[in-house]
Write a protein that binds this ligand. Structure first.
Ligand SMILES: [Zn+2]
Length: 297
């Protein structure tokens, strides 16, 4: 069972999460048929969201929106404490011009912002935080966000390994967070460990190295303990026919009437999970009447 593994140093000043997310990133790629650049971007964001959400509480989730002025325009991922994760990019088949690095995500996203949203059940208003993107490579941007908004210094290493056909072979990452006010000796130790650890995380994941062994080199000299976190990671999309109807109602009565006359039904595919929805004439008429009723209020 794949899950986010969590650890804490025995003095509670450093917390760690690590995940092998290969299966869920592969599933996303199969559903969305994403090309390498979008796959790497969505994959890293999904891993980042999984790592960050593992420190929340039951029922909470985190959403990450990277929005820039570049050709790929945005990347979105969200994950819950329970390990449900999904991701999306509106330009899944974008390819960099032939003279450019084909996997330069920062250039494809351009300049812009990272917005982090935390949803909590029974709370109408989610928590929002926004920072400028520093590199557009996801990991650095998340570290910048944690520092700016929560004064948490961190080490983030995210990896998505593609084969020569652009298919996902491995994906995962780790997040090491230093709580505010920690002694400098611990920070120095982490920094030395990080510099000594030269191995590429996606290659390690490809070799099947365990989560425990992935983090060990980073925590050399710091006694630590695993914290139980028994939630299997799953690609999951909460879309429903009601959400589809809500989206369609934005077309207004005129737009709905057009669909009824021209197609006799509405076929919608959720771009995040690939689920198909079909609304017949009667359902479209009902929706149209509902929209009309609401517009009278
Ligand atoms: Zn969906």
């Amino acid at each position: 069972m794949k899950r986010v593994h969590r650890f804490v140093t025995n003095d509670f000043t450093v917390r760690v999460s690590v995940v092998n997310a290969t299966t869920v990133v592969q599933e996303m790629q199969i559903i969305q048929n994403s090309y390498p650049l979008a796959t790497v971007g969505i994959g890293r964001a999904m891993v980042g969201a999984l790592l960050m959400s593992s420190h929340l509480k039951s029922g909470q989730e985190v959403g990450l929106l990277f929005k820039g002025n570049g050709p790929i325009s945005s990347i979105y991922a969200e994950a819950s404490y329970e390990g449900h994760v999904r991701g999306y990019c509106p330009q899944p088949d974008y390819e960099a011009p032939p003279d450019e690095d084909p996997l330069n995500l920062g250039r494809a996203l351009g300049n812009g912002t990272l917005s982090v949203t935390r949803h909590q059940p029974f709370q109408r208003q989610p928590f929002h935080g926004t920072v400028e993107m520093t590199s557009g490579e996801v990991g650095e941007d998340l570290a910048h966000y944690l520092h700016q908004s929560q004064q948490i210094r961190s080490i983030i290493n995210l990896g998505v390994y593609l084969d020569s056909y652009g298919k996902v072979k491995a994906a995962g990452g780790l997040l090491i967070e230093v709580m505010p006010g920690v002694e400098d000796t611990i920070v120095d130790r982490l920094e030395k460990n990080r510099q000594a650890e030269k191995a590429n995380i996606s290659e390690k994941l490809l070799k099947g190295i365990s989560e425990t062994d992935l983090i060990a080199p980073y925590l050399l000299g710091l006694p630590y303990t695993e914290i139980p976190h028994e939630h299997e990671i799953k690609y999951f999309c909460p879309c429903t026919v009601d959400r589809v109807k809500r989206a369609l109602s934005l077309l207004g009565t005129g737009g709905l009437q057009e669909i009824i006359e021209e197609d006799g039904k509405a076929q919608i595919t959720c771009q995040i999970c690939g689920r198909h929805y079909v609304l017949n004439v009667q359902e479209l008429e009902d929706l149209k009447n509902e929209v009309r009723r609401q517009s009278l209020h």
